[in-house]
Write a new protein. Sequence first.
Length: 375
Amino acid sequence: MAGGAAWTCAGCGGVAVSGSLLRSLVPAREALALASGVRAARGLEQLPSCPSCRREMGRADAPSSALGIEVERCPSCDLWWLDRGEAGQAVDAAARLAAPVRKAQGHALEQRRMEVQRSATRSRSVLEQRQQTPSSSGSRELELRLPSNGLKVLLTLFGMPAEEDAPRALALPWVTWTLAAITAAISLAALLFETQLFEALALVPAEGGGPLGLHYLSCFLLHGSLLHLLGNLYFLIVFGDNVEDLLKPARYLVLLAAATAVAAFAHVLVDPRSELPLVGASGGISAIVVYYGLSLPKVKLSVFVLLFWVRISAFWALLAWFGLQLTGVLAQMEGMSDTSFAGHLGGAAVGLLAWFVLRPSSAQSVEGKLRRPRY
């Protein structure tokens, strides 16, 4: 048997058990009383001989009040003798004696479990509060700090903002990549091979919007120079993937198309008699920039300003961008700039409207749609 050994007499039905087995069957207090209460035979009292060593056994009177039986023990080999039926009585009595102890132990374990659960709940609450409370460095909207890698240093030196902790999109931004590839192919063809693409796709305010007004959209695909193309593609790819993931492809395409058309219309309103062709994806991309800055306002961007590298939140960078566009519109209206800042603001207005209509209900829903940072 587990915990010791036992032998049964086929003749009388008595049971001999080892001391280790008996101690495993009865409570520790009763086992101690058994060991300390063994006595030798009195007067003419006859005690059985040990079935193992044949020596006379001693009798234990101590447990009679607790277990309700009398048992004999061999002092030499620690063998205990229980008469027929006494083994079952001893086990039943031991179970009754152990029940209150087990109940108390169970209550103590339940109390301990509840304490551990409360402690875990408090720890989780503290952790959630710490996660919701920005750190001293993360709470600053502006800080002097180098970009996280050499490529971002190079990009910021060329005047481009670099994402530092923006979430990566869950799905591949295939609409953004496809649109960037088509725009690059058409723009390079127009720039390098001097085709008739400018006449076919560019918007000339003085000549109207082309067949069915398609030039209000097709001007997105053309660019005036290689630097113009690279700059717009950079903004489209870097900020477009997150916006596409938030809006999903269909609504993302609608946003780009609407912003491009409104941007072109705003340009025409400012200078309706101009014979200079309007080209570039800036109007549509302006809507992306606005939606990005409002949906992910705490994302940090690295920029290079006045010989210093600065990390600024996307929201404050968006406000600075708006300020530049307003200043640029005044210069455009005075004839001091060929850049369509009015078109930028027209596209930005569409992005702002889209954010009010389609924005996630809470910051938590935005985090649920996007995952780990891009490094």
